[in-house]
Design a protein around this ligand. Structure first.
Ligand SMILES: C[S@@+](CC[C@H](N)C(=O)[O-])C[C@H]1O[C@@H](n2cnc3c(N)ncnc32)[C@H](O)[C@@H]1O
Length: 236
């Protein structure tokens, strides 16, 4: 009982700190999207996705999986697996479940899985904000280039946290709003347009982490230019 009230006290102290910082209520992005809209965008993008977003974003994908340094039998959930650009980067002795909202993107991923003969990957159509997995199922829950695509990134990361085992990792690879005020202003101005090519340009990382109640153990800049962040959190 005493331990519980200490925990509650710590939690409310953290919540007060978040609200005092202004990040607890700050706007995450000016762009508002719904799943239907996102689905339509990726239905169109599926055919050109690998060409447009393949090689340019591949160094970040490689770095993310290298820094996970997975041992054998690790269970990974990839949220927003898309056309499967990551699926052959995982060690063959780990098991991977890839979920995505978009049927056409998943069809591409399925084709890649067959062509590469991957037996450790399972693909499922699912909304990241409503994961159909039990609590504490996966060792690593990874969302590559997804957080600025979904309507409610806080709901998604909470679901990622729920299905992650205690001591497991929640990893996000994403572009976030710049700390440079001029670039940040530009990203806010462009965001209502960039959603039409699949992402919000202005997702605010400090506000996002504060509202999700997540404290990363590392944030690394990746890709060229280095405007992409690899954010790793550990579930306590
Ligand atoms: C930019 S792509 C990233 C694909 C892949 N992870 C990669 O590294 O190339 C974003 C993906 O997230 C998916 N997505 C968007 N909203 C989603 C949601 N609510 N639940 C699951 N997947 C979603 C899209 O369909 C798309 O395939």
């Amino acid at each position: 009982m005493a331990l519980l009230s200490l925990f509650d006290h710590e939690k409310s102290r953290r919540e007060e700190e978040i609200l005092a910082s202004g990040n607890g209520t700050a706007q995450l992005s000016v762009a508002v999207v719904e799943n239907d809209f996102v689905g339509r965008v990726y239905e169109k993008l599926a055919i050109v996705y690998d060409l447009a977003f393949g090689p340019t974003l591949q160094p970040g994908r490689r770095r993310a999986i290298a820094q996970m340094s997975m041992g054998p039998d690790v269970r990974v959930l990839e949220v927003g697996v898309g056309t499967g650009m990551n699926i052959d980067l995982y060690p063959p002795d780990c098991s991977v479940v890839g979920i995505d909202l978009s049927g056409p993107m998943l069809e591409k991923a399925h084709g890649r899985m067959i062509r590469r003969g991957l037996r450790n990957v399972r693909l499922l159509e699912m909304d990241a904000a409503h994961l159909k997995f039990a609590d504490k199922t996966f060792d690593i829950v990874y969302a590559p280039y997804v957080m600025s695509v979904v309507p409610d990134p806080v709901a998604v990361v909470r679901e990622m946290h729920r299905v992650c085992k205690n001591g497991g990792r929640i990893v996000m690879l994403n572009h976030f709003r710049s700390a440079n005020p001029v670039l940040a202003w530009l990203e806010r101005a462009l965001s209502p347009f960039t959603v039409h090519i699949g992402f919000k340009a202005d997702l605010d990382l400090p506000a996002f982490l504060a509202q999700a109640g997540m404290a990363p153990v590392s944030i690394e800049k990746v890709n060229t230019p280095r405007i992409w962040s690899l954010v790793t959190c550990v579930k306590e």
